[in-house]
Ligand binder design. Structure first.
Ligand SMILES: [Zn+2]
Length: 290
């Protein structure tokens, strides 16, 4: 039995000890299998959380999205750039939207993106002045600060989340994620996947699915993946029933919202800010003391 205190390599080299180590492993494996990680604790015993987020501050947010969400008792997160034409023309309606509990998220002022992102088609629609390739990290942070002030003037909120424009996280070739961290509770990227391990999630790199031309069934299947993992499913919408070149039908959106309403005991649907406040509080609670 003395070989149990030795390394497996040395033990196996002793021949007779290899059987002992095999037995130890055989006994240990079922114990591990019987103790899977505890599911992430969502409020009120929910099995998953869902965030419905809408980008670019377009008129259909006011005309289609908010009415459909509110009919089901839900609130959404709207990532509105400071130069949104809809924000300029319909400011009182945007302000009223936030007063009803919807969230305004930071989407910079001029919606800067990479003009030639690696592995993706060039973004010819982007004005060269706002190509992130020619930004610096300090310039991007300045723009994000100015956008936070713009939104503060609309809704009075001081806790803000970010939706990276085009999902891009670099300026002048350098990541601005850590420089932006002090400004935000959380930030949303792309990646088209659910969050399965919520405890290990970096709040500044929350994945989401950018939906385009998909059905209600496909979006419900995405939520079910989160339910299976006790995870988080974040949707990134643009157009809903029109209003943007990246679009899904209003019927598909309503089908998802109806399903979420029917399953509200099982799935917690709320704003990005509310969900990430819960996630970060839980992460702090279980973090080992320093
Ligand atoms: Zn955008």
């Amino acid at each position: 039995m003395s070989c149990l205190s030795e390394t497996p390599r040395r033990c196996v080299s002793q021949g007779s000890c290899s059987l002992v180590w095999s037995l130890v492993l055989l006994v240990a494996l079922p114990v591990g299998a019987a103790n899977p990680p505890t599911p992430f604790p969502w409020p009120n015993g929910a099995k998953a959380a869902v965030v419905l987020s809408y980008d670019d501050g377009v008129d259909i947010d006011l005309d289609h999205v908010a009415p459909d969400l509110e009919a089901a008792g839900f609130r959404g997160t709207f990532f509105v750039p400071g130069n949104s034409e809809s924000l300029a023309k319909r400011l009182p309606e945007w302000r009223a939207l936030t007063a009803r509990g919807h969230e305004l998220g930071n989407h910079a002022i001029f919606h800067p993106c990479l003009r030639t992102p690696a592995g993706l088609p060039a973004r010819d629609w982007l004005r060269p002045e706002y190509a992130l390739e020619s930004y610096t990290v300090p310039r991007m942070i300045d723009e994000l600060r100015a956008a936070n002030t713009t939104l503060l003037a609309v809704d009075g909120e001081t806790v803000r989340t970010l939706g990276y424009d085009c999902g891009d996280t670099t300026a002048g070739g350098t990541s601005y994620v850590d420089a932006a961290r002090p400004l935000f509770l959380a930030a949303r990227i792309g990646e088209d996947r659910i969050v399965a391990d919520v405890r290990a999630l970096d709040p500044m790199l929350v994945p989401s699915w950018m939906v385009q031309g998909v059905s209600g069934e496909e979006m419900i299947a995405f939520v079910k993946k989160a339910v299976d993992a006790s995870g988080l499913a974040v949707f990134m919408f643009h157009g809903v029933g029109g209003g943007h070149s990246i679009n899904i039908s209003r019927e598909a959106h309503r089908q998802l919202v109806d399903w979420l309403a029917e399953n509200r005991q099982k799935v917690w649907t709320d704003t990005f800010r509310s969900v990430m406040m819960h996630v970060t509080a839980e992460q702090k609670r279980v973090a080992p003391p320093r």
